[in-house]
Ligand binder design. Structure first.
Ligand SMILES: Cc1cc2nc3c(=O)[nH]c(=O)nc-3n(C[C@H](O)[C@H](O)[C@H](O)COP(=O)(O)OP(=O)(O)OC[C@H]3O[C@@H](n4cnc5c(N)ncnc54)[C@H](O)[C@@H]3O)c2cc1C
Length: 272
């Protein structure tokens, strides 16, 4: 199938892009790497009248160290992060996640901003950035706002990004020295989207953050599992079961077992 005809607009600035997206509410759609949007257009599942191409906006392609971590432009590709071009204050987690997305040709074009904006529940960046406590910088017709990942990710393919808004960057805080992490991703075959993602970050004081991805809704913080970190297996399994009952109510026994295995593996690796 081919996409329906559409207009193409190349904005000169972020403000330009937001103005065009706002003026054609419902008809204009931002395009970054096109790795998800182009197939959706071809399947006529994304009815765009005008594509607003963010690819040429230099502001979105930048990255820099900040006083407490790194700012990564929304237009930075998975490949740039995989290749270590972007400072990684997470002790290698960002690089590991980037290198595990799809395959290289997708990573060469796909962007961190496009991935989060699409909010596919099986995508890697939403889970990783949620676990890292990152915040998104969002520009729109009424200026710039900052949104924690927890608030940005609303549900499957749903974010808090309003009409006329685009993500411009992510602020990722540094992990303290001595922090351990594990990122476990279960896929049917190499390069495929995840069926289950477990991301565990353990700080030197043993405070843990646990995130589950590959759910039917969105990446989820698992509070009970994080609290049970360091406990014996029975306690951990019970905590995971309570978390799954709360965040994955529609999961059947197979999916629950899959997520449990992913999370236990991530917890064990992070515990060292
Ligand atoms: C075969 C294949 C396998 C894949 N496997 C994985 C995988 O294992 N893990 C994974 O995480 N992803 C995977 N992906 C998705 C890939 O990571 C895409 O790059 C990503 O989902 C979208 O990024 P993009 O830059 O191509 O965005 P686009 O396709 O251009 O846009 C996607 C959506 O985001 C919106 N958008 C884009 N940029 C912005 C912005 N700055 N602000 C607001 N809205 C924006 C667009 O309007 C569109 O709705 C896979 C894709 C393919 C084709």
């Amino acid at each position: 199938m081919k996409s329906a005809p559409f207009d193409y607009f190349k904005p000169g600035s972020v403000a330009d892009a937001c103005a065009r997206l706002a003026s054609e509410s419902g008809g204009a759609v931002a395009i970054a790497g096109g790795q998800s949007l182009v197939p959706l257009l071809a399947l006529r599942m994304a009815p765009a009248v005008t594509l607003v191409d963010l690819g040429g906006l230099s502001a979105l392609g930048q990255f820099a160290k900040t006083s407490d971590g790194v700012r990564i432009g929304a237009g930075v590709t998975h490949a740039a992060i995989e290749d270590g071009k972007v400072p990684d204050p997470s002790g290698g987690l960002l690089q590991r996640v980037a290198g595990g997305i799809a395959y290289r040709s997708v990573r060469n074009h796909g962007t961190i901003g496009g991935s989060v904006a699409l909010a596919d529940p099986a995508a890697d960046w939403p889970a990783c950035l949620l676990a890292l406590g990152a915040t998104a910088r969002i520009s729109g017709p009424s200026g710039e706002r900052v949104e924690p990942m927890e608030a940005l990710l609303v549900g499957a393919y749903t974010t808090s990004i309003a009409a006329g808004e685009i993500i411009t960057a992510f602020d990722v805080p540094a992990l303290p020295t001595g922090t351990r992490w594990s990122y476990q991703k279960v896929v049917r075959k190499s390069g495929a989207f995840a069926m289950s993602i477990g991301c565990v970050i353990v700080r030197p004081d043993r405070a843990a953050v646990v995130v589950l991805g590959g759910t039917t809704t969105r990446a989820q913080l698992l509070v009970e599992t994080a609290t049970a970190f360091g406990g014996d297996e029975a306690r951990l399994r019970a905590a995971i079961a309570r978390d799954l009952a709360s965040v994955q109510q529609d999961a059947d026994d197979y999916v629950k077992r899959l997520h449990t295995a992913t999370l236990l593996k991530a917890v064990r690796e992070a515990a060292g």
